[in-house]
Design a protein around this ligand. Structure first.
Ligand code: MN
Ligand code: MN
Length: 463
């Protein structure tokens, strides 16, 4: 008769499963991940960084008519904001692909299209937040500006201000506690409004000799003069710009034991880096391996750069037709890990989680059979067969993992790109790195969980 150990499902910390040298390897992997975080705070920067890394490993931009023997390494970007990479496998595409689908956009404050104004002898940028943020977290915090302005003649100007030592930073101001009597009575949602998230960018009036009564917008003029001198832009160029205010902090180890990483954008760079690294480290796979770094997940995966875009179908169909395979056969034979972060159990907010099914920090990759909200609404809900396949794959490959669910039933919810793959008739399951303080300007993950995401994707690609 089997004993308790065989009969019961018990979760174990990865530290109690893997050996010391693997822990060291995982920590070393995380050094590269931290570098990726610091160099890629926007979707454009992640795409540029991924292409640079991929080209070093022999990846080439896809072109119709290319020879595609097994081992060919390809990529296709869309608008410089989303990227699909593939390593052609030995089997024809009609047998399907192994896919890791991730996203590279993160919640932030986008500048409005007419952002610049002056008030109270200070200059500000107006913002429109992107993705699900808790607005109170974005005040009194050093911000950096990253973005691209495209001039009328089509010329692009890339800016990154606030990241280098000695760079100025920017900030949304907050109310002092001495005068917060009225604000304190409001709910969190009412006390901090989107329209109030204005970024302070200057306070020095242009031309000290000018008549302050007659000359308006002298601080704004100082700012515009600096921007014009440095970047050759005028105010109108913001109309056709994508400038994102992101936390100016760098990725750091967290804890005396350095077991965690604090950074902006673990959602979903912990998974997108894992997928990218796993693909770059791949030899010639049996089935074609595909890594998707998609954009717009945080706002519904819409548009040409989102996971719903036909750009994905275009790329795969091109590969299929080059080898005489049908796209629908390829999708049907494929498998997708929808790699996105999940919530890590936080004892400080224990009442939103359900302990049996919540992911724990350091317990390995979190696998979610379903996401969604209320009665699993909006989730593609993977099949038992697909979960079983993963159980077996991860056991064979030494991947530590845990079953995860976002939180208590009816506490809230959320979705991922999973359903957009699954709707294409691709068997898909959600998995990802458990995160503390998800969507906050600084999120926390466990180093071992990050590494297990990489190891899990590599196991799928090598299947
Ligand atoms: Mn995500
Ligand atoms: Mn998210």
């Amino acid at each position: 008769m089997p004993g308790k150990d065989e009969l019961f499902y018990t979760k174990k910390s990865t530290y109690d499963i893997i050996k010391e040298d693997e822990v060291e390897g995982a920590y070393a992997y995380c050094e590269e991940y931290k570098h990726y975080l610091d160099k890629g705070k926007t979707e454009r920067e992640c795409v540029a960084q991924a292409i640079a890394l991929a080209e070093k490993e022999g990846f080439k931009p896809f072109e119709r008519g290319m020879d595609l023997p097994p081992g060919t390494k390809l990529y296709m970007d869309t608008a410089g904001k989303s990227l699909i990479l593939a390593v052609i496998g030995k089997a024809p595409l009609s047998k399907g692909m192994n896919i890791a689908a991730t996203h590279i956009d993160s919640p932030r404050l986008d500048l409005k299209q007419v952002p610049l104004y002056e008030d109270g002898d200070m200059a500000f940028f107006k913002t429109h937040y992107y993705g699900g943020i808790r607005k109170y977290q974005w005040v009194a915090l050093p911000l950096a500006l990253h973005g691209t302005l495209v001039k009328k003649d089509g010329q692009s100007v890339d800016i990154v201000i606030g990241e280098d030592e000695g760079d100025p930073v920017f900030m949304v101001t907050d109310l002092l506690p001495h005068l917060s009597k009225d604000q304190d009575k409001k709910t969190l949602g009412e006390a901090f409004t989107g329209e109030n998230l204005n970024i302070l960018i200057g306070s020095r009036p242009d031309g000290a000799d000018k008549d302050a009564e007659k000359e308006k917008d002298r601080v704004k003029l100082t700012v515009m003069k600096i921007l014009n001198e440095k970047y050759g832009i005028v105010e109108e160029d913001f109309l056709s710009a994508e400038v994102e205010a992101v936390p100016a902090m760098r990725a750091s180890d967290v804890g005396f034991d350095r077991s965690m990483i604090g950074a902006y954008g673990h959602d979903d760079r912990s998974c997108s880096f894992a997928a990218l690294r796993a693909l770059l480290d791949l030899e010639v796979p049996e089935k074609t391996a595909v890594c998707v770094l998609s954009d717009k997940e945080e706002i519904g995966s819409e548009g040409i750069t989102g996971m719903q875009s036909a750009a994905f179908d275009y790329f795969v169909e091109e590969l299929c037709s080059a080898g005489g395979s049908l796209l629908r056969d390829c999708y049907r034979g494929s498998f997708c890990l929808s790699m996105d972060v999940c919530n890590a159990f936080d004892p400080n907010f224990a009442d939103v989680s359900e302990k049996l099914n919540g992911a724990k920090l350091g317990y390995g990759l979190g696998v979610m059979k379903f996401s969604g909200s209320r009665g699993k609404s909006g989730s593609s809900d993977a099949t038992a067969e697909d979960v079983a396949m993963l159980r077996s794959l991860f056991a064979e490959s030494g991947v530590t993992w845990q079953m995860a669910e976002l939180g208590k039933v009816d506490q809230g919810g959320g979705g991922t790109v999973a359903k957009f793959l699954a709707n294409r008739n691709i068997p898909t399951i959600d998995a990802g790195v458990p995160v503390l303080s998800m969507h906050a300007p600084y999120e926390i993950v466990s180093k071992l969980d990050c590494y297990m995401a990489y190891k899990g994707i590599k196991a799928l690609f090598s299947k």
